[in-house]
Each structure stands twice: as C-alpha cells, then as structure tokens.
Design a protein around this ligand. Structure first.
Ligand code: PRP
Ligand code: URA
Length: 209
C-alpha cells in the first residue's frame, strides 16, 4: 500500500456518502462526481514544484510562489471517467486532455479498449488518469499499459471508490504509479461490482439504466 493514498478529507467522505445513495438523482450524481474530483485533484497535486517570483501588488512587491513549469495531461477512462474531468479542469485549466475508451466484458470482466486519443506530447507531461471505480483493476491497468507504451513515465491514478482486489492487482501491475482513492470498500460481488459501492457508475452518471 506504499503507493496508495486514501483520502481523509471530511468533504470527500461526505460527498461519497451522498454519491452512494440510490436515491441520488443523475443530476446530483454528476455534480458530486465532479466536486469529488476537484477535491481529489487538490490532494493529488500536493507535490507539484513551485518557484519563487516577485509580484507587484497595488501596495508593494511580494515574493510569492507559482507552479514551476508543470505540464499536465488528464486522461479519463470512458465513460465514467469523463464525469471527473470538469472538476479537474476547473482546478488546472491548462492541462491537455486525452481519452481512453474501455468497457468491461460482462462475462469475463476483462477490459476491452475501443478508443484512444492522446495529446502528441503526452510522454513529457505529468499524467492523471481518471476513473471513479477501481473494481478488478483491469480497466485502470489496461489504460496505464497504453500510456506507458506511449512513453509516459510520470502517472497518477485517481479513483473515487476502490476495493482490496483492485488495489492489489493495480499496485502489482504498476507499482510505480501513485494511486489516489476516495475510499476502500469491502470487496467485489460475483458480477464484479464493488460492495457496497455505488452501483454502475457510468449508468448513474448518464442515466442509462
Ligand atoms: C466501469 C468503471 C471502470 C471499470 C472498473 O466502467 O468506470 O472503468 O468499470 O472495473 P474494473 O476495475 O473491473 O475494470 P464500465 O466498463 O462499466 O464502462 P462505462 O464506464 O462505459 O459504463
Ligand atoms: N464498475 C462500476 O461502475 N461499478 C462497480 O461497482 C464496478 C465496476
């Protein structure tokens, strides 16, 4: 678990509880996913490098700090990862955005890639992979395989709900990738859903069930 950071912020805990509730509407659900992503972005970017600058204020000169030439890319795993994108961009509007499309085969639970479009300079960027759910871990592992093949070496993964099986698989496959999770649930049921989780995240975001 050395490369796993579990969120301990009360606002994140509160919003995850609302997210789980089966009575939460799609509209509220979308807003919550975006807000949680924004709060997780804050936690996941704590180690960004800064440099000192001088700024003229209306009153005088301030020695102050700004980000030191950080180039980032956000890569949501479609569909559900798209729900986290707005919250991240709100915090870091200069980030470039890539998309990876993955769906889990309902029988085998293996991830199938159906789309990939990445910024041309992604290998030189700090990459944040976004997906609300880490269940078996297959989708996240597959997405990071793709990013590593594209030359990325500085990758962080952000998930809102994870389970021990997914964390074990993910950290074994990609021990060099920092994993940020909102909460760790009990485990998986026989259909590969996180228990108690929140159900099917993509369906809840897009109202498809
Ligand atoms: C969900 C979720 C993850 C994946 C997690 O996507 O958004 O990508 O399942 O499961 P895993 O850890 O076992 O791979 P899903 O395949 O349901 O597609 P969707 O987002 O299009 O609904
Ligand atoms: N995907 C989801 O949307 N929910 C789960 O619980 C597991 C995978």
């Amino acid at each position: 678990m050395s490369n796993v950071k579990v969120m301990d912020h009360p606002l994140i805990k509160h919003k995850i509880s609302l997210l789980r509730d089966c009575n939460t509407s799609s509209k509220e659900f979308r807003e919550l996913v975006s807000e949680i992503a924004m709060l997780m972005c804050y936690e996941a970017t704590r180690d960004l490098p800064l440099k000192e600058v001088e700024i003229e204020t209306p009153i005088g000169t301030a020695r102050s700090e700004i980000l030191n030439n950080v180039k980032m890319a956000f890569v949501p795993i479609m569909r559900a990862g798209m729900g986290m994108l707005d919250g991240m961009i709100e915090m870091i509007p200069a980030a470039k955005i890539g998309h990876i499309g993955m769906y889990r085969d309902p029988e085998t639970l293996n991830p199938e890639q159906y789309y990939c479009k990445l910024p041309s300079d992604i290998s030189r960027r700090e990459v944040y992979v976004l997906d609300p759910m880490l269940a078996t871990g297959g989708s996240a592992i597959g997405a990071i395989d793709i990013l590593k093949k594209a030359g990325c070496t500085n990758i962080k993964q952000l998930c809102i709900i994870a389970c021990p099986e997914g964390i074990e698989a993910f950290t074994t496959a990609h021990p060099d990738v920092q994993l940020f999770v909102g909460v760790i649930d009990k485990g998986l049921n026989e259909e590969g859903y996180i228990v108690p989780g929140l159900g099917d995240c993509g369906d809840r975001i897009y109202g498809t069930k």
